[in-house]
Every structure is written in C-alpha cells, then in structure tokens.
Ligand binder design. Structure first.
Ligand SMILES: Nc1ncnc2c1ncn2[C@@H]1O[C@H](COP(=O)(O)OP(=O)(O)OP(=O)(O)O)[C@@H](O)[C@H]1O
Ligand SMILES: [Mg+2]
Length: 299
C-alpha cells in the first residue's frame, strides 16, 4: 500500500486537477492519479491510501472491456521518460501516458436512475436537464430509458446542467449528436456488466477529446467511483438513496463536523479514511472480479 498526495517529478511542472496531476510532454500527457479526494468541491487535506491506483486500474479495466477509441498509449513508466521511471515506487500503477487531445468542454453525463441533481430538478420541475420525465417517479427510480444530460465544465464551483440544444450551440450539432450516442452506448454496455457484478450503474460522466485530425477519443477517467454512481443492487430500494461506492462516509462525516464548506475542510479521522479506502477496493474487486492485492502486486 502507498499513499501519494502530490507527485513531484524532478524537471517537470504539472497542472494539478482535484485528483490528478497532469504533466505535459507536448503531444502526449502523463496523467498521475494521486490519493487526493474531493468533496463538496474541495480537495480534502487527507489522502485515501491506494485510491489513485484503484482509479487507474478501474479505468484500464473499462478501456480494455469497452474497446472504444481512447487516449491511452502506455502505462509503462519507462515510456514516459527516466524521471518518471526513477519514481516507480510512488508512481507505478498510477500513471498513464495518453494522447493529448483538445478537451470537449462538456461533461457527458448519462443517467439511468433518478439521483443527485437530477432528482432535485425532477422534484421541482418534472424534468432532468430539461428532459420531461413521466410524473410520479420516486427518488432513485429507474428511468424508462437512460438519458443524456450534459453539463458545462466550470473552472470553479459546480458544473452547470445544460440542455442538449445548448450543448449543440456550444460545440456544434454533429459533434453533440455523436457524443450523445457514444456516451449512451457505453453507459448501456457498462451497466450490463455492472449488473452482472451485483451493482447498479445509476449514472456516470464521460469526457471526450479531439485530435488535430478530428478523431474523437474517450479521455480522462472512465467509469470509476469518482465519475460514476454505483449502488449495490441488493441494497437498492426505490424511494430512498442507496449507499454509493464512493464518498458517502466522507460526506456524511463532514456534515457532522459543522464545517461551513466555504473554508478549507478539516482532516479526516482514521476510521473514515479506512472505511472509504475499503469502499474503493470493494468497487474494484466487484467490477473486475480480481483481488486488488494481487492486481497491484502484478504491476
Ligand atoms: N487525453 C487528454 N487530453 C487532454 N486533457 C485530458 C486528457 N485526459 C484527461 N484530461 C484532463 O486532465 C484533467 C484531469 O485532472 P482531474 O480529473 O484531477 O481534474 P478535475 O478536478 O476533474 O477537473 P479540472 O482540473 O479539469 O477542473 C482534467 O482536466 C481532464 O479534462
Ligand atoms: Mg476529473
């Protein structure tokens, strides 16, 4: 087990996202998943051991399973250069060499169930991202069919839900139609696999990028607990919010601390860290059918 809050590779500067450190190598990027965790739009001061390795291993599992055009080039640190290879003890299993794409500035969200901001909007307006849904649905209800609900990528604060028409105005109708179809297809295939593992894929978010020649690639993390809402099927009941496989303990604990969500968040106590780490491990083991210990050791 390792813990990595920040990756500092000598001789390179990186752009820190909330969870990933991104190194620019020109036409390629090295993306390193750290053990940072965010909640309520803040990065917490405490790391979740091995979280970055789990997110990376799950993304690799899905890219292999889905077999759609994507940005991945290599996970071999030697391909990233000597400065990365020399940091193998910290970086192995966390780093991906990818093709640098121009990021389509839309979060491509697909929802099969009524949860989160979708449930809030539905209660007020009977819609989700402007899509009218049948009346009388309850919290966590399965939707008649999965829907595509795009959002803008905001530099700070919450991403804003937008309609498909607004997405088309921003990036062009042909690309919007193509990304909607691709995102719905992947959601469908992934939710069938999740179902066979006893999990419900309630919703998920994809990011897409474009190469200079116009080729569209699936980028970023794919179908991880950070980008998706997985529910254990045996604990699913309509009308209630099932426990999700990610930050539930963290969010619940933060709500008990009196933290105002406008100032830096407090450190997490060890039991919250351990329970959260166990949830990430469980998501990996259920979705891949592999034990995490043996998979990480094999790297
Ligand atoms: N192939 C790629 N080409 C270009 N950018 C990519 C590629 N894959 C992922 N990215 C970007 O790398 C970043 C990954 O960092 P991370 O997910 O930690 O950031 P974030 O906190 O989600 O969001 P952001 O920093 O974008 O607000 C994201 O900004 C993502 O859009
Ligand atoms: Mg991200």
């Amino acid at each position: 087990m390792t813990v990595l809050l920040h990756s500092d590779v000598p001789g390179y500067s990186c752009r820190r996202g909330k969870v990933r450190d991104v190194y620019d190598l020109g036409d390629r990027l090295v993306i390193i998943a750290t053990d940072r965790i965010s909640a309520f739009d803040w990065v917490l001061p405490t790391a979740i051991p091995d979280k970055g390795r789990i997110l990376t291993a799950l993304t690799l599992f899905w890219l292999n399973y889905l077999d759609v055009p994507n940005h991945l080039l290599s996970t071999d640190l030697a391909d990233m250069g000597p400065a990365f290879a020399e940091r193998a003890a910290d970086l192995a299993g966390r780093a991906c060499l990818v093709r640098k794409a121009s990021v389509v500035p839309i979060e491509c969200v697909v929802r099969g169930y009524l949860a989160g901001s979708g449930w809030k909007e539905y209660q007020r307006y009977g819609t989700v991202c402007g899509i009218a849904l049948p009346p009388g649905l309850t919290q966590s209800a399965r939707l008649p069919e999965a829907i595509f609900t795009p959002a803008t990528k905001e530099e700070s604060g919450h991403d804003q839900n937008i309609s498909f028409e607004e997405m088309s105005d921003l990036i062009g109708r042909d690309l919007a139609l193509s990304l909607r179809q691709r995102s719905l297809d992947i959601y469908q295939r992934a939710s069938e696999h999740a179902h066979s593992c006893g999990l419900i894929l309630a919703d998920t978010k994809f990011e897409w990028g474009m190469l200079p020649d116009g080729e569209v690639l699936l980028i970023d993390e794919v179908l991880t607990p950070d980008s998706s809402r997985f529910w254990p099927a045996d604990q699913y009941h309509e009308g209630a919010s099932p426990p999700s496989f990610d930050k539930q303990f963290v969010r619940d604990w933060l709500e008990t601390t009196g933290w105002d969500k406008n100032s830096p968040p407090p450190p997490l106590p060890p039991e919250v860290v351990e329970r959260t780490a166990a949830k990430y491990r469980e998501a990996y083991e259920r979705l891949t059918g592999q034990s995490l210990g043996s998979s990480l050791a094999a790297r």
